[in-house]
Design a protein around this ligand. Structure first.
Ligand SMILES: CC(C)(COP(=O)(O)OP(=O)(O)OC[C@H]1O[C@@H](n2cnc3c(N)ncnc32)[C@H](O)[C@@H]1OP(=O)(O)O)[C@@H](O)C(=O)NCCC(=O)NCCS
Length: 175
């Protein structure tokens, strides 16, 4: 399982020792507002950690816990996760942060680090991201990553805004 680092963050694949920080984040209704619309219980976070660890074993990527490099505190979580929807383009990128860590550019830092990992190491042809149509902060992170809005789609019964970034676009923006 892959540990990554960037200027202010250390990325560790979900593990039991992250439970407290992840559970505190997921229990915050403001964090969950545009995700499930309700706070997550401790048992749901525990189950999510176990599920994510299985996905890591299956695909070699998944959700990372974001730790503040200076303090070791859990500040959030971000993912490259495998989607079954389109077998040719299975990579989805995502992020969520504890409320105290919003507004410092950390989601953008994590998004760029994980996009680089997806394109450079996992050889992803395309990354997609989805958001609730009212989630303007997440839209801004997608825009700053260079993603394009591709339209509204039904995902698991919800209407979501879909954004995409191809490997070609990523390489062109970096050149
Ligand atoms: C979405 C989220 C991860 C962003 O984290 P963050 O570290 O604050 O993001 P960044 O600081 O890197 O960038 C946020 C950008 O959105 C902008 N922004 C923040 N709130 C906004 C709002 N309500 N409307 C419009 N823009 C907004 C910020 O100004 C910033 O843009 P800028 O750099 O041009 O000023 C964070 O708000 C969060 O965890 N939300 C709850 C979970 C969630 O919704 N996850 C995404 C699911 S799709």
């Amino acid at each position: 399982m892959t540990i990554l680092t960037s200027a202010r963050l250390r990325y560790e694949p979900f593990a039991d020792e992250h439970f407290e920080g992840l559970a505190a984040m997921n229990a915050d209704p403001e964090v969950m507002r545009y995700i499930s619309g309700r706070p997550e219980t401790a048992d749901e976070t525990r189950a999510a950690i176990a599920r994510v660890r299985t996905r890591w074993e299956q695909w070699g990527y998944g959700w990372w816990t974001l730790l503040d490099t200076a303090t070791g505190e859990v500040v959030g979580a971000a993912c490259i996760q495998h989607l079954g929807k389109d077998p040719a383009n299975p990579h989805e990128i995502g992020w969520r942060l504890r409320r105290a860590s919003w507004g410092q550019g950390l989601a953008t830092e994590a998004a760029r680090t994980l996009a680089a990992h997806a394109f450079d190491v996992l050889d992803a042809p395309l990354l997609c991201a989805v958001r609730h149509p009212d989630n303007a902060a997440s839209q801004r992170v997608m825009d700053k990553l260079g993603m394009r809005y591709t339209g509204m789609e039904a995902w698991d019964g919800d209407r979501v805004a879909v954004h995409a970034l191809t490997r070609t676009e990523w390489l062109a923006a970096r050149a």
